[in-house]
Design a protein around this ligand. Sequence first.
Ligand SMILES: Nc1nc2c(ncn2[C@@H]2O[C@H](COP(=O)(O)OP(=O)(O)O)[C@@H](O)[C@H]2O)c(=O)[nH]1
Ligand SMILES: [Mg+2]
Ligand SMILES: [Zn+2]
Length: 317
Amino acid sequence: MTGKVYKSTGSWYVVKTGSGETWNARLKGVFKLDGITSTNPVAVGDDIDFEPENAEDGTAIITEIHDRKNYINRQSPSHRMQHHIVAANIDQSLLVVTLKEPRTSQGFIDRWLVTCEAYHVPAILLFNKCDLYRKKEEDRFGEWKEMYEAIGYRVYRMSMQTGEGLSAVRELLRGKISLLSGHSGVGKSSFLNAIFPALRLKTQDVSGWSGKGIHTTTFAEMFDLPGKDQEKIAEPVGRIIDTPGMREFGLVDITRQELSGYFPEMRALAGQCQFNNCLHREEPGCVVKEAVREGNIAEDRYVSYCTILDSIEEHPY
Ligand SMILES: Nc1nc2c(ncn2[C@@H]2O[C@H](COP(=O)(O)OP(=O)(O)O)[C@@H](O)[C@H]2O)c(=O)[nH]1
Ligand SMILES: [Mg+2]
Ligand SMILES: [Zn+2]
């Protein structure tokens, strides 16, 4: 049988078939995938083959992991060489950001966009809490929207307080597997609750939050977007992968030389600098720096590029 992985709880995976049946599946033996050996190689979003083990209990054994369209990796903060596949087969990645309470920095957004480019996942920015905007925030939103749209990213504004923008964002999810990310406090749980009222996820203002502590390991989970009717439909209207407790994905395996390829506005100028190994810093004849001077590349984006470049260590191989 064939199914999709909706949740991983360590050694067990919740798998759903095309007809909506749910199985608890596990792996037998060690799997090698994409050259990475791991004891936990199955990710949310994976398509797998399985064999029922105990039909009564709904348990099954995973026998095959299908090739992935893409996947997002996370580098373990404590073990640099240890990677963990967070989610696979993602159609688009939604980053929820706020300009106030809390304020998402442009550096964070640009790092996230670079990660999406590196993983070949289209990225969409969702500016939440627009009900809080005053003149200052309206101006900043206008500037950022213009800047990111000029590069080719889609930008939406929304408010989980007033419901503004929600229907447009809901449309974005149709027929897609979307990965949801963003800093803590930006409104991800509120967003999921607005879209899937049945979820009733905890939001942060719940008084007496019986927090399990911020270091609780939380696993990615996929949710089916409810359709017009909740009848059995072969394919859900859309799916969202939530990655609770995950602030940022590491910039796994990006080299300094590759980085400008993950800034679309710089990628467009690839090969035009005087030196073909140009890092677009102090080199003479650099068309990227020229584009920044002429205002064709936003200065703030170039600053993000330089900051990320400086944060990438050159590997000694
Ligand atoms: N004013 C305002 N507050 C919001 C909005 N969306 C969420 N919040 C509040 O922001 C806080 C954090 O929201 P939560 O959904 O828990 O954020 P998460 O950490 O990203 O899951 C809660 O107090 C929410 O009620 C919004 O659009 N406007
Ligand atoms: Mg939350
Ligand atoms: Zn250059």
